[in-house]
Ligand binder design. Structure first.
Ligand code: ADP
Ligand code: ZN
Length: 637
């Protein structure tokens, strides 16, 4: 084993030919005996960072992981690749644990996943002291920080445990949480020794973000799901009631759909979750109770039927799409009512009864602020990716060109003088009304409510009558984002000016707003629209897609025989690559992305047979365009 290089390992066990951004740096440092801290977003490939060195280091690697379901998934995935690995957690009986430890003591496993609670037990400690532990890898390392939302006291055991080992192992830590406090905590509390710290960007390039202001969300959803037939997707709703409603609608449409929320029994939840993971149902409609510890890599879309309560929630939930790095969609269906639903949920959220009035108010204000940020996301016209990354503290690299907003064609308009009218109007109204009255006044509206308030007596009445309602709302939204206006943090949400508004009146600042063009000519003239948000399988032509389905069928039968989730047999990417290359022999099959040696031994023959049978040995072209383009950069090594 020691004569193998990291590249050999990557190819043999994972079937990949090159490392991703950041992976190689961390692996090299570990192999030189250094501690490391890797901060990478979900789906970036953290596992490879510790698994590859684990297979090259002389002794055993212990991986500390908080989630039982994830451990099982990871171990299954390693076993699938031909690596001997095991997990030890409370889902095993004492007997099973004893057996696993005996085998481990005999050197059966290079990689052992353990729950942090185990580290305290005498039996486990005894075992660990009697073998050679090369590395302790801490997954979800932010759980050690009291600052984070997921603090787990049991993570503190790791420190004690490491101290009691006869030889200090290499420590490696991984997380997707990047705040400075958490990072410092991990280094300090875990006692990492001058670690190489690598932070890859938070951007998930394969995710296509968009916000849809659909007239009927239900109709949008029906179309979307029908259009993405056979693909795995998650639909998040804010409430159980909505979950039931959306579930029923899709069920009537004949979609293979299941559901998940806290109102179901444990058994129902487990069953439904498995149906989704094992691809027996392609869509799951769920509340945010669903997703923790779900490692399903081929989720092709995450739709939000309701707006989540914060960007943190949104990015985490949406981020469950495309863990395999393949293009996937994150669509948020916006409706203005959602802000009300969320306010209601926040107001009725369970709070610690020991909180003082003051503390409670602080929490409410923070919640409200997060909700506003989320609302801005839904209404912004700037690049959505830029908006997200800025929120998470990353500098913008300019518009991404591949999100819903970048692909819409807005025109920028200087609206400084209109902004002055808005400020004037707020002054007229004494800042005692919400946005709808303000907009109504500016438009010169005649609704009963406006008449009752007698707004026509103000000088600002009707001054913006040439504009559309949405345009004025966009202007106000822009002014809020730039801090000239704010809404009060109560249920009345009164629209008010801030001190900064004077700068507009004084002509120090200008306000520009992006608008939907009134004529569609601009769009026709501009053919730069880039087709992103596409599927890997979009490169296949009709015949290719048919063949892709045949391969998926074979994958499904194998998965059933072995009681494995299909994505642990082969990823979608691997199957698409097979359709393109149509390998006819072992050598060609080994070129396929994701085809490791062990997997070839297990399944290669059946797939070769299937390909030969269906093509008659003739290599038909199952894709659009040129082969070199389709294969992208190609195989490096
Ligand atoms: P994370 O733990 O960071 O969320 P994973 O370790 O689960 O991410 O990896 C996400 C996906 O990326 C997995 O399907 C994994 O096999 C794949 N992957 C990891 N490294 C590479 C690589 N170098 N080339 C291609 N795919 C990779
Ligand atoms: Zn963009």
């Amino acid at each position: 084993m020691t004569s193998m290089t990291k590249y050999d390992i990557l190819q043999k066990y994972y079937g990949y030919y090159s490392f991703r951004e950041g992976q190689e740096v961390l692996i090299d440092q570990i192999l030189q005996g250094k501690d490391v801290l890797g901060i990478m977003p979900t789906g970036a490939g953290k596992s490879v960072c510790y698994q590859v060195p684990a297979l090259l280091l002389p002794g055993i690697t212990l991986v500390i992981s908080p989630l039982i379901s994830l451990m099982k998934d990871q171990v299954q995935s390693l076993n699938q690749a031909g690596v001997h690995a095991a997990y030890i957690n409370s889902s095993l009986s004492e007997n099973q644990i004893a057996k696993a430890l005996t085998l481990a003591g005999q050197g059966q496993y290079k990689i052992i996943y353990v729950a942090p609670e185990r580290l305290e037990t005498e039996r486990f400690l005894h075992f660990a002291q009697s073998v050679d532990i090369s590395m302790v890898a801490v997954d979800e390392a932010h759980c050690i920080s009291q600052w984070g939302q997921d603090f787990r006291p049991s993570y503190l055991n790791i420190v004690q445990f490491v101290r009691r080992l006869p030889k200090r192992p290499i420590l490696s830590a991984f997380t997707a949480t990047a705040t400075g406090e958490v990072k410092d905590d991990i280094i300090c509390v875990l006692g990492l020794d001058n670690p190489e710290t690598l932070v890859t960007g938070f951007d998930r390039q394969n995710l296509f973000f968009s916000v849809e202001h659909a007239k009927s969300r239900t109709r949008y959803l029906q179309h979307y799901v029908a259009d993405h037939d056979k693909e795995s997707g998650i639909i998040y709703c804010a409430t159980r009631k909505n979950v039931e409603k959306v579930y029923e609608t899709l069920l009537k449409e004949g979609i293979a759909v299941t559901k998940y929320h806290a109102g179901l029994t444990n058994e129902e939840r487990r069953q439904n979750q498995d149906d989704f993971i094992y691809d027996r149902k392609s869509v799951i409609v769920a509340t945010n109770a669903f997703g923790m510890g779900i490692d399903k890599s081929n989720v092709r879309y995450v739709l939000h039927y309701n707006m989540p309560q914060s960007m943190e929630n949104y990015y985490q939930e949406a981020g469950r799409a495309g863990r395999d790095g393949e293009p996937s969609d994150c669509v948020l269906l916006y409706s203005a009512q959602d802000i009300m639903i969320n306010r209601f949920l926040l107001e009725n959220k369970e709070v610690n009864p020991n909180f003082t009035e003051e503390e409670y108010r602080t929490i409410r204000e923070r919640d409200e602020k997060r909700l506003q940020t989320m609302n801005f996301y839904c209404n912004t016209k700037e690049c959505l990716r830029t908006y997200i990354l800025r929120y998470f503290g990353e500098e913008s690299r300019g518009a991404c060109g591949k999100c819903g907003n970048c692909q819409k064609h807005y025109v920028e308009k200087d609206m400084t003088s209109e902004a002055r009218q808005v400020i004037q109007c707020l002054d007229d109204l004494d800042e005692r009304y919400g946005i709808n009255v303000v907009v109504g006044t500016l438009l010169g509206g005649k609704s009963a409510k406006l008449r009752e308030y007698r707004v026509e007596r103000y000088p600002s009445y009707g001054t913006l009558h040439k504009f559309r309602e949405q345009e004025i709302k966009d202007l106000i939204g822009q002014m809020m984002q730039e801090g000239y206006l704010r809404q009060t943090q109560d249920k009345y949400a009164l629209l008010q000016t801030t001190g900064k508004a004077q700068d507009i009146m004084d002509g120090i600042c200008t306000v520009t707003v992006k608008m939907e063009p009134r004529s569609s000519r601009i769009i026709e003239e501009d053919d730069r629209i880039k087709g992103t948000g596409k599927r890997r399988s979009d490169i296949l032509n009709t015949r290719g897609l048919e063949f892709f389905d045949i391969l998926r069928g074979l994958r499904m039968s194998i998965a059933r025989e072995e009681s494995l989730p299909p994505y642990l047999v082969f990823s979608d990417k691997t199957l698409v690559d097979m359709c393109v290359r149509l390998p006819m022999n072992r050598e060609e099959m080994m070129e396929v992305n994701g085809m490791g040696a062990f997997k070839y031994e297990k399944y290669g023959g059946r797939f070769l047979e299937c390909i030969r049978e269906h093509t008659g040995g003739i290599r038909e072209k199952f894709y659009f365009g040129e082969l070199s383009e389709v294969l992208g950069k190609g195989k490096k090594r």
